[in-house]
Every structure is written in C-alpha cells, then in structure tokens.
Design a protein around this ligand. Structure first.
Ligand code: SF4
Ligand code: SF4
Length: 291
C-alpha cells in the first residue's frame, strides 16, 4: 500500500520492492539467472541469501500456508470477503475450471522464458508493483490498464464481497498455483477424519478458495492441493473431524496445528521485518514532506 499509493508524496520514481508473485511465473528465468551467476562468479546475486531462495524455503516448509499466513497481498481479497455477513452469490466452479490457475501458470512460465521478463507483472497483475508499463505505445498501454483495472475490480473487490471467497488468490494468482504444486512436499496437511465426519458440508461452504468439493466429500473426504491451510474449516467443523497432520501422521491434541501456526507466524515476522519498518518510515517521511 505504501509503495502503491503513498510514494507519490515523496518519490516520483523508485525501485519496486521484491515481489514473490513475480517469482512464480518467472521461476525458470530465476533459475537461469542463478545458473549464469554461478558460472560467471557473480556471487552477489547467487545463493541462499537471496529473497528468491527465502520464498522457495517458505514453499517447502509451510507450503500453501504462505497464501493465508504470510502473503501480504492475500490480505486484500480476504478483507473484502469479510464485508458482508453472508455471501450474496454462492460460487460454484466446475472441476475443469478449478485448474485454471495451473494452466495460467504454465502459459506464463513459457511466455516469460521466451520473453525474458515477467509478463504477468506488465499485463495481468492487479497489484502492479512495477512502476512502469511495458512501453509508451497508446494501444498496448490502454490494454494493460484495462487488464489491471478489470482484474483488480472483479477478482480483488467485487467477487470477494459478493461470494465471501478469496477469488484472486484462488483463481488468478500464479504464486498460488506454484505453491499448490510445490507445497505438496510440505510436511503439513489439512485432513478430514471420515470416521468423525457427519457430511454436514460446512467446511465446503466456509473454505475461501473452494478446496473442498461438497459433492466429492461423500466418497473421498478429500481436501484438494489448492487448500491454503487457513484453518477456517477446522474451526467451523461441528464434529471436530478436520485437523492438521505432520507427514501424514495425525497428532493428538493441538500439537501439529500449534507448530504450524508458530512457524507460519515466525516466517511472517521475518518477511514483515524486511518491508514494514521501511514502509512505516517512508510513510512518516512522505507525510512530513507533504505537509
Ligand atoms: S464440516 Fe466437518 S462434519 Fe461437516 S462435512 Fe466438513 S468435515 Fe464433515
Ligand atoms: S478452509 Fe480448510 S480446506 Fe479451505 S483453505 Fe482453509 S484449511 Fe484449506
């Protein structure tokens, strides 16, 4: 928010902060850059201390939990989804459309590697952390602004308000699609105990990213890999049939859930520690200058 809306107070042109959504559709470009750095001895842009590696580390620890517990962009559609007490529209997505984010990610990966740049950022990102558009030609710029406004208005504001779902995170975000694949190595899983489940489907109703299919629940008791590990279904289940497991083993009591929440909050603190103090100082300085 500070970068997007308040920088005009002081800094007309500044470098965009690091964006993990940009990492997902350019992950091959990232590895290629790391390879070039390694082979050319350009050590300062290589290694485990880069922010890219920090995000990869997060993917392999708390997995999809990043989207609920760490990602600061996720707070936007989450906030709008809380405005109404009940959904005005019940969102149902057919199975083939549920995999749209994965198809979109593959499209972006291929096009970004050939283009050598983050196509998602210049054409589709409603958060557009880049300070500039692709070029100064009127038609491409108009199209970029159209996509930016359309995706922002529809998926980050309108649909979350009407459906109470996180529609940008669940159906557009390429980082969400990447963690949906890579996050499967995370030791943490949200699972349903079919012995306890009474099939009331409250979990399917409350899930903000449609990771539980009410129709499939009857036979499979399955939570899809799009699960963001937010824990809302755990709290909503009247039969206490849902819990967090570690490496497939269900822990008794609250152990697994507590360890998961502890790690998630710790990592959130590490990430926030990078941006928040700088943002607060920037805001104070900016407002001082404005006055
Ligand atoms: S909320 Fe609990 S009891 Fe109801 S369907 Fe989901 S897992 Fe089963
Ligand atoms: S509500 Fe449950 S299934 Fe849905 S994202 Fe949250 S933890 Fe996963």
């Amino acid at each position: 928010m500070e970068f997007k809306f308040f920088r005009f107070l002081k800094f007309p042109v500044i470098e965009a902060p690091y964006c993990h959504i940009a990492l997902a559709p350019t992950i091959f470009n990232f590895f290629h850059a790391q390879f070039l750095a390694l082979t050319s001895g350009n050590w300062h842009i290589w290694g485990f201390l880069t922010l890219g590696f920090l995000w990869l580390f997060l993917i392999f620890t708390i997995g999809q939990g990043i989207c609920s517990w760490v990602c600061f962009y996720g707070g936007i559609d989450e906030a709008f989804s809380k405005i109404l007490p009940k959904p005005l529209i019940k969102l149902k997505i057919s199975k083939k459309w549920r995999d749209f984010p994965l198809a979109f990610l593959v499209f972006l990966l291929v096009i970004s590697i050939f283009h050598g740049a983050a196509i998602f950022c210049s054409w589709f990102c409603p958060l557009k952390m880049t300070p500039s558009f692709g070029d100064n030609l009127i038609l491409p710029r108009a199209m970029q602004i159209f996509f930016f406004v359309f995706i922002f208005g529809l998926f980050l504001i309108l649909l979350p308000i009407l459906t109470k779902k996180r529609t940008f995170c669940g159906f557009i975000c390429p980082f969400g699609a990447l963690v949906c694949i890579c996050g499967n190595v995370s030791p943490y899983r949200v699972t349903i105990d079919k012995e306890k489940c009474t099939l009331c489907k409250k979990c399917a109703e409350i899930c903000p990213v449609l990771a539980i299919d009410g129709e499939e629940l009857v036979e499979k008791y399955k939570i899809s890999s799009y699960c963001n590990k937010c824990g809302k279904c755990i709290d909503a289940c009247p039969a206490q049939a849902i819990g967090v497991s570690i490496l497939g083993k269900k822990e008794k009591g609250l152990l697994a859930r507590n360890i998961f929440i502890f790690i998630a909050l710790l990592l959130t603190g590490v990430i926030s520690g990078n941006f928040v103090p700088q943002a607060i100082l920037g805001l104070i300085e900016g407002f001082r200058w404005f006055r």
